[in-house]
Structure formats: structure tokens, C-alpha cells
Design a protein around this ligand. Structure first.
Ligand code: ITT
Ligand code: NA
Length: 190
């Protein structure tokens, strides 16, 4: 089975591919514009993006929206993760946390919402959440985005120090796409 994936981020494609191949699903990146509304809920952002993507290509399609939520910052940057990454960046985040030296105060979570559009108004959401810590320094050169400063619970490495397979075992995206794979296996055998 093939499924279209609308994203500008090839790293996401590679991570999703590694998960879905285990379900015999082939991901096809497709170059249509991803519509991203501003909203405090990733679910809504992903749902609207999937709906718009379906209207463009009229075939089953997935989009994914993710964000990093930092506890002591009341969930910032959350749905603004992309903008914050491009503006203050990793150094800006580390600076915001520089007075928070205790591990307890560096807790954060990554959330990914995969939205599958099967028709104009049938959208299924699959969510993955990974708890972790913001590191004290930038570490690792793999991955993308906030990977060099996020250490998932259960590891001492940042995501940027992991291979795709290892990151997928821990990551929000790994979990969300696994849920998608299980669902498609169950309901869309073809
Ligand atoms: P799309 O085209 O799919 O939207 P994007 O990279 O803009 O790709 P998001 O809007 O979902 O993706 O991501 C919000 C921000 O969170 C963005 O700055 C990403 O780099 C970052 N991010 C998302 N997933 C991440 C991950 O697994 N590791 C590190 N950073 C991540
Ligand atoms: Na985006």
C-alpha cells in the first residue's frame, strides 16, 4: 500500500519510512503546499493541513505536525516550535533555561500528531508523545530541529546522537507513525 505524505521536511519522511516499511506501507512524499494555520492545538493544525492536502490531491494523504513543550516555560514553544527554532534557535532555548540547573526543571515533551485524510471529511489523528529533558549543551549532529538538545527518558543521548532507527524507538514521530501503521493494517488491508 502507498500513502502520500505532505511535508517540507525530508527528515520526517526518512523517519516515517523506517517505521511504515515494517507494515508494508510505502510513503510517497508529494510536493503540494502544506497549509499551517496558527492554533494552540497541534491536533487542529494537523487536521486542517490534512483536509487541505486531501482537497489538493484527492487521494489518501498524511501530514504531521509536531512541537516541543517545555515544562518550566508553560509548554513554550509548543505550536510555535517552528517559528521559535528559526528565530531564537537552540541557543535561545538553552539561554531561556540557563538558570534552571536541576534536572527536574529541564523536563520537556515532544508531541507529534499524524493526520490521515481518507476523504474530505474523514480525518483520523494518531498521536505520539515522548517525555524527556532539555540538555545543558548542544550535542550530536544527526537528525534535525531540536534534536541536539532533547534527551528522551530512558536514554543518555540526545536525539541528534542517535541513528534514525534508535530515535524512532523513542520518538514522538516513531510512536505516532506506528499507530498509523497498526491502524492501516487493521482497517485498510490492500
Ligand atoms: P512540515 O513541512 O512537515 O511542517 P516542519 O519541519 O516545519 O515540517 P513542524 O512544523 O511539524 O515541521 O515542526 C515544528 C518544529 O519542531 C520544527 O522547528 C521542527 O524542526 C521541530 N521538530 C519537529 N519534530 C522534531 C524532531 O523529531 N526532532 C527535532 N525537532 C523537531
Ligand atoms: Na511546519
Amino acid at each position: 500500500m502507498e500513502i502520500f505524505f505532505v511535508t517540507n521536511n525530508m527528515n520526517k519522511v526518512r523517519e516515517a519510512e523506517a517505521i511504515l516499511k515494517e507494515f508494508g506501507i510505502v510513503i510517497k512524499p508529494i510536493n503540494v503546499k502544506k497549509i499551517e494555520i496558527q492554533h494552540e492545538s497541534l491536533d487542529e493544525i494537523a487536521r486542517i493541513a490534512a483536509q487541505n492536502a486531501y482537497q489538493e490531491i484527492k487521494k489518501p494523504v498524511v501530514v504531521e505536525d509536531s512541537g516541543l513543550f517545555i515544562n518550566v516555560l508553560n509548554g513554550f514553544p509548543g505550536p510555535y516550535s517552528s517559528y521559535v527554532y528559526k528565530t531564537i534557535g537552540l541557543k535561545g532555548i538553552l539561554k531561556l533555561l540557563e538558570d534552571y540547573k536541576e534536572i527536574e526543571l529541564r523536563k520537556a515533551r515532544f508531541v507529534a500528531v499524524v493526520a490521515l485524510a481518507l476523504s474530505n471529511n474523514v480525518i483520523h489523528l494518531f498521536k505520539g508523545v515522548t517525555e524527556g529533558l532539555i540538555s545543558f549543551e548542544i550535542r550530536g549532529d544527526k537528525g534535525f530541529g531540536y534534536d541536539p538538545i532533547f534527551i528522551p527518558v530512558g536514554s543518555t543521548k540526545t536525539f541528534a546522537e542517535m541513528s534514525i532507527e534508535e530515535k524512532n524507538r523513542y520518538s514522538h514521530r516513531g510512536k505516532a507513525f506506528k499507530e498509523l501503521g497498526l491502524w492501516l493494517q487493521r482497517f485498510c488491508v490492500s
